[in-house]
Design a binder for this molecule. Structure first.
Ligand code: APR
Length: 318
């Protein structure tokens, strides 16, 4: 398949560098640009990734570019089709994602303004935490149409849930389908009614209390990794999720994925960035896909919308 287009990853830390590497290895983009404020870091990582091309067999070129406090270097992202924003601090053990809000809001706002200036037609995928709020802030700071700013959370939470189910039942992970909606935080809404193993409802395979334990573990999935790592947060599964979203954009695939998307009317919820399933294509979100929910799941989603809306209202002042 012919390679096309340009993906930019802002932030060359663990999340950003693994995302850039996955995007390069897909071999679908012409160029992957990796940026960071640390002089030499993105350049060094890009050089290293490019040197893996003969071994891994991909032709995508990786360009590393450090950026300055006044946007110096951002010319390198011009013409990007998709930009993944990973800039920001990760959690330390005991911290909630919300504890990062003030620091990361300043970082993400600055990045978003530069992206709007240099890549005005890009689809933006936000991954910096707290996710739902940083996604809302990015849309505000760029002024982009809401469909063109998406957050990555649901793909990751769903992957964690599927992994836990597969481990518990001792089945291949490929036979498991799960779904989480809501926020990337305390009001995450796992959707057991949409969970199946080889097409069989999960509720026929596991007792309700075991499902609930898996739901709780999924909700705390990020914190579990942070507690083990002690410095930094998860990045292998998160980068896999963000990279798949970017691939769906460049391929204009219409893949339906759980993402943080602007919801306005679906599920009776008005005006908020929230975790829902959406069809992803070259313009970002083509449409939010509503799924049948039980009363409890629907109530969970409405509760998540209220909680996230309250927090998102604050971000304009950060
Ligand atoms: N522009 C570009 N890069 C920046 C900026 C900025 N304004 N500010 C910070 N960075 C860079 C840092 O220099 C660092 O290289 O962002 C990178 C963050 O990397 P890590 O500390 O390794 O964090 P990471 O694990 O990659 O997580 C990034 O994703 O999951 C979320 O909560 C996590 O918000 C965090 C983000």
């Amino acid at each position: 398949m012919a390679r096309k287009g340009k993906a930019t990853v802002v932030g060359a830390g663990f999340y950003g560098s693994t995302t850039a590497m996955r995007l390069a290895e897909y071999d679908v983009f012409e160029t992957v640009v990796l940026t960071d404020i640390i002089e030499g870091k993105p350049e060094g990582l890009a050089l290293d990734m490019n040197q893996s091309r003969p071994i891994e067999g991909f032709e995508t070129k990786v360009i590393g570019q450090s950026t300055g406090p006044n946007g110096e270097g951002y010319e390198a992202i011009a013409g990007s089709d998709v930009v993944v924003i990973t800039a920001g601090l990760p959690r330390k053990p005991g911290m909630s994602r919300m504890d990062l809000i003030e620091t990361n809001a300043k970082i993400v706002r600055g990045v978003a303004e530069q992206v709007a200036k240099h890549a005005p037609d890009a689809v933006i995928i936000v991954v910096s935490n707290p996710l739902d709020e940083m996604t809302a802030l990015t849309q505000l700071a760029t002024g982009f149409p809401k469909q063109r700013v998406i957050g990555q959370a649901g793909m990751l939470d769903t992957a964690r849930f599927s992994h836990f189910v597969a481990e518990t039942l001792g089945v291949p992970v490929g036979s498991v389908r799960t779904l989480t909606l809501g926020s990337h935080g305390d009001t995450m809404v796992p959707v057991p009614s949409r969970c199946t193993v080889d097409g069989k409802p999960l509720s026929e395979l596991l007792p309700a209390d075991t499902i609930e334990e898996l739901v709780v573990r999924t909700r705390n999935g990020g914190a579990e990794v942070v507690a083990l790592l002690k410095t930094g947060s998860a990045y292998y599964a998160p980068s896999a999720a963000a990279a798949r979203m970017a691939k769906a954009v460049i391929e204009d695939s219409g893949a339906v994925m759980p993402v943080c998307a602007w919801v306005d009317g679906e599920y009776g919820i008005e005006g908020v960035y929230l975790g829902v399933e959406a069809e992803i294509g070259k313009g970002g979100v083509r449409r939010v896909v509503e799924t049948a929910l039980t009363d409890t799941e629907k109530a969970g989603l409405l509760e998540a919308a209220v909680a996230v809306r309250a927090k998102q209202a604050d971000v304009k002042d950060l």
